[in-house]
Design a protein around this ligand. Structure first.
Ligand SMILES: C[S@@+](CC[C@H](N)C(=O)[O-])C[C@H]1O[C@@H](n2cnc3c(N)ncnc32)[C@H](O)[C@@H]1O
Length: 189
């Protein structure tokens, strides 16, 4: 799916009450298995939405989590759902067009991207940005629907086999696990 201006597209959806799939027990278990304990190391959740994954990374796995989204409406919801002062740090940022050097850390032990990759316009440029943020030993965790597993009217929220190939090219290690219509990737530089 190509979205010309992501903030203009996503803001009204969040503001109108639209929500996305929760992180269920199986997905939590996979995330924990592939990312491991955070022990205070930095994590970055890209396209965090209402913060469902960021809160898990921060509160359950123990990563010092920064969560970014281009949609202010999503971040308002994320902040409102945070019930303690020790939660993720939320920041408005369009990861494709804005300066990632404004992020609090230069590198992250874990970079996550859940239900977002299909909507990234220039996937090759996005992946180059991820490499810049991920030191050796880090993990890029991507959760995405596969277009081939979705009905015709929803295929645009999933990735094609070509996009899967692009996503998984040139990492030193690639692991994937299937979760019904989703595929979860752990990619290491
Ligand atoms: C389907 S929602 C998923 C939200 C969340 N990751 C989850 O798992 O519920 C996609 C999110 O990606 C964000 N997004 C899309 N393109 C983006 C971009 N270029 N920069 C930052 N966020 C982006 C949208 O604003 C939206 O909140």
């Amino acid at each position: 799916m190509t979205i010309t201006n992501p903030a203009e597209y996503w803001d009204p959806l969040w503001a109108s009450g639209r929500r996305y799939r929760g992180v269920g027990p199986e997905e939590r278990q996979l995330t924990s298995r592939f990312l491991g304990a955070g022990r205070g190391r930095p994590a970055l959740d890209i396209g965090c939405g209402d913060g469902v994954l960021a809160r898990y990374l921060h509160g359950d796995l123990g990563y010092r989590t920064t969560a970014i989204d281009c949609a202010s409406a999503a971040l308002e919801i994320a902040q409102a759902e945070q019930d303690t002062s020790d939660g993720p740090h939320f920041q408005r940022l369009d990861v494709e067009t804005e300066d990632i050097r404004t992020l609090p850390e230069a590198g992250y032990a874990a970079v996550t991207c859940r239900l977002v990759f299909a909507f990234i316009k220039d996937k090759a440029a996005f992946l180059a940005r991820i490499r810049y943020l991920l030191p050796p030993g880090g993990t890029f965790w991507v959760v995405t629907p596969l277009a081939e597993r979705l009905p015709d009217e929803r295929k645009s929220i999933g990735i094609s086999p070509q996009h899967a190939e692009l996503l998984t090219a040139s990492w030193s290690s690639v692991h994937s696990e299937d979760l019904d219509t989703l595929r979860c990737y752990a990619l290491r530089p």
